[in-house]
Design a protein around this ligand. Structure first.
Ligand code: PMP
Length: 317
């Protein structure tokens, strides 16, 4: 098997959800050779179903597979498999505004391997689950704590790809933070302990004087598809967007802070605690920029406006 896109994946089939069998010496179980993706299908008001930027997830999985020394389905195979899985589960796509169907593609080294080496065989699986809106009543702010003990990623590591081990390594910090009443953890860079990276499963943006800044992609944060989409939406609305090093000190006098991700979409930050000091943002965190961007992005995702960005893929039912 080669690393990266590989058309050799066999056609596959749709089956009922249930356990799968893998060898106890599977590469994924022993050496963490696994990647996943997350995307959503939304129902339009006319009943049809839209996927949001599935080729972006396919491309990100291919990049991840190159890093993890795994073969990956081609973009076409990936998108085709997502479409088939969603169509087979179309009754589970909630009505417009009532949530979405979360789609979870998984790629794993399923072949048996004893000494440390890439697995000899790979399996690509997609499962789905309906999910409600992350926030029941519009936008509801989250409270973050800047992590001062653990790091999520280091330069040259795998922080920039969606590999399963990245998530195992953040469970502890997240559990401690939740135990203290915070919603999640905000990570700093591992070299200077000074620049913002991201939250456990979303990217972060800081707004000051209508300029929107977000940490640049440099291998230690996940290139979020929502992040990329929000940057494009914001620019189309005339905002200046900067992708750069964002210092933790900038949180202190920011006008608004928000997070982006497939699960949270756009999530305003109500407060951030850093070195024992708590900064609160105006209007309980629900700033005007976050609100405006949330509304624009969700309108595209649910097909409420014309897709001038070419972001959605309509399924033929
Ligand atoms: N960072 C991390 C670590 C994530 O797990 C996710 C969720 N995939 C994101 C950022 C946001 O990415 P996306 O917008 O593509 O969901």
């Amino acid at each position: 098997a080669k690393c990266g896109p590989d058309g050799n994946f066999s056609k596959g089939e749709v089956r009922p959800f249930g356990p799968i069998a893998v060898s106890p010496s599977a590469g994924v179980l022993n050496y963490g050779q696994g990647l996943f993706e997350g995307l959503k299908a939304y129902r339009k008001t006319d009943g049809s179903i839209l996927l949001f930027r599935p080729e972006e997830n396919a491309t990100r999985m291919i990049t991840g597979a190159e890093r993890m020394c795994m073969p990956a389905p081609t973009v076409e195979q990936f998108v085709d498999a997502v479409k088939k899985t969603v169509l087979a589960n179309k009754r589970w796509v909630p009505p417009t505004g009532k949530g979405s169907l979360y789609i979870r593609p998984l790629l794993m080294g399923s072949g048996a391997v004893l000494g440390l080496a890439p697995a000899p065989e790979y399996t690509f699986i997609i499962f789905v689950s309906p999910v409600g809106n992350y926030f029941k009543e519009g936008l509801s702010p989250i409270n973050l704590i800047v992590e001062d003990k653990f790091h999520r990623a280091s330069p040259g590591g795998t922080g920039g790809v969606k590999t399963i081990g990245n998530y195992a390594s953040v469970l502890k910090a997240q559990k401690i933070a939740k135990g203290k009443g915070y919603s999640d953890v905000l990570y700093l860079d591992a070299v200077h302990d000074k620049y913002l990276e991201e939250v456990s499963s979303c990217n972060i943006f800081v707004v000051k004087d209508n300029v929107i800044s977000t940490p640049a992609i440099k291998g230690t944060i996940l290139p979020g598809i929502t992040r990329k989409s929000i940057i494009e939406v914001a620019q189309s609305k005339g905002f200046k967007v900067e992708e750069r090093l964002v210092s933790v000190d900038e949180l202190l006098d920011a006008d608004e802070v928000f997070c982006t991700g497939t699960a949270v979409v756009v999530s305003p930050v109500g407060s951030i605690t850093y070195m024992g000091e708590r900064v609160e943002y105006g209007n309980q965190g629900v700033g005007v920029v976050s609100q405006q961007l949330y509304k624009s992005l969700t309108s595209f995702q649910m097909g409420l406006v014309e897709d001038c960005m070419g972001w959605t893929v309509q399924l033929n039912q």
